[in-house]
Design a protein around this ligand. Structure first.
Ligand SMILES: [Fe+2]
Length: 364
């Protein structure tokens, strides 16, 4: 295997161009992030972790995914990236600092790589202690999340609203829709040093994508920092598009559930998929579409892997079935204007039906 030019150690943020910064700011606050800086030109949001920002939105004429931001641990790696890709090393912006390079992946999706970034003090939160059937860790103490039932109130129309959002901690991964899986997997390995956790075997028996992770040697990495999904030629308009960004929550299942009921009872957002538990990566997940039509995910309790874990081949059916959870709509992982989502879902069967039929053939 080719020696990579650099090894990114983690993902930091996603960056978008957006038409309506105000609507996105309201969504991100409902989603559970905290504003770092808001101006007429841009919005930057952080989680409870140490990253300077985990979401950046820049005012523009169209809603466009711009880039995912990653970090490397040495300046030498940034210099090697600049030289090999023929780009200049630039200063990071005033918030994130450090040095950076701007790259473009095989589908033209933006990749920013940083060295020496600013960090913030993490916001410390207590972690709830959970009892299971066989492990009783909490005695003589009630389990309360937020202010318990006090998070609920009735609005003027008689609708019950749940006030407490999730506490988003950090960005964990993105998913992208690409033209050719092996080409993208090779680029993210050769340039950014990412290694395969699971090769996704498509209906034709070939590798149609992968879950890939950072190579941090003996240090654990998330099961995936990037999910590459190759779409068939019928879906060519979606080649080179953003699928979703997955944000890890500070606490536990309570955080996921609270965020779900907060998002749901605002009555403002399109629910995309969840709550369920993925098979590949094991995360508990919940996906919500933002006002610009991009899908953001809450997740918790994912798998961690060291670099010595070998890649596995998995069926695309396992990606979409998960372990448990609802049937995903055809619109999952598709960046669409919110007003186009209903029509898109109605025009196609569920993602599960499409994929199971493609792999197993129609039932006779
Ligand atoms: Fe995800």
């Amino acid at each position: 295997m080719t020696q990579p030019i650099a090894k990114v150690s983690d993902i930091i943020f996603v960056r978008f161009q957006l038409r309506d910064l105000d609507a996105q700011a309201a969504y991100l606050e409902d989603f559970g992030m905290t504003a770092v800086q808001i101006s007429d030109a841009a919005i930057h949001y952080r989680g409870t972790g140490s990253d300077a920002y985990i979401y950046a939105g820049e005012k523009g004429e169209a809603d466009v995914f711009i880039a995912a931001g990653y970090r490397v641990d040495t300046m030498a790696e940034l210099e090697a990236l600049a030289e090999s890709q023929g780009v200049e090393i630039q200063d990071g912006d005033a918030l994130i600092g450090g040095k950076m390079v701007r790259l473009s992946d095989p589908d033209g999706l933006g990749v920013e790589v940083y060295y020496g970034v600013n960090t913030l003090d993490p916001t410390d939160e207590s972690v709830p202690v959970l009892n299971s059937g066989k492990q009783k860790n909490r005695l003589n103490q009630a389990q309360r999340f937020g202010s318990g039932a006090g998070e609920w109130s009735m609005d003027d129309e008689g609708n019950m609203r749940y006030a407490l959002p999730s506490s988003v901690m950090r960005l964990g991964h993105t998913a992208i829709n690409v033209k050719d899986g092996p080409t993208s997997i090779a680029w993210y390995h050769d340039v950014l040093g990412m290694i395969v956790s699971d090769n996704i075997i498509g209906p034709d028996g070939n590798v149609g994508g992968a879950f890939i992770r950072c190579d941090n040697g003996d240090m654990p990495s998330d099961h995936h920092t990037l999910n590459v999904v190759a779409l068939p030629s019928e879906a060519a308009p979606f080649h080179g598009t953003f699928g979703h960004a997955g944000f890890e929550l500070e606490k536990s299942l309570d955080d996921l559930m609270a965020g779900h009921f907060h998002m749901k009872t605002t009555g403002k957002y399109i629910h995309e998929w969840g709550i369920g538990r993925h098979l590949l990566g094991s995360q508990l997940y919940d996906y919500w579409r933002d006002p610009a039509g991009f899908i953001l995910e809450h997740w918790t309790d994912g798998d961690l892997m060291t670099a010595d874990q070998p890649p596995q081949d998995v069926s695309i059916v396992d990606v979409i079935k998960g372990q448990y959870g609802p049937i995903p709509h055809s619109s999952f992982n598709m960046s669409l204007p919110v007003e186009a989502v209903d029509e898109f879902r109605e025009a196609l069967p569920s993602l599960t039906e499409m994929i199971v039929k493609a792999v197993e053939g129609p039932k006779t």
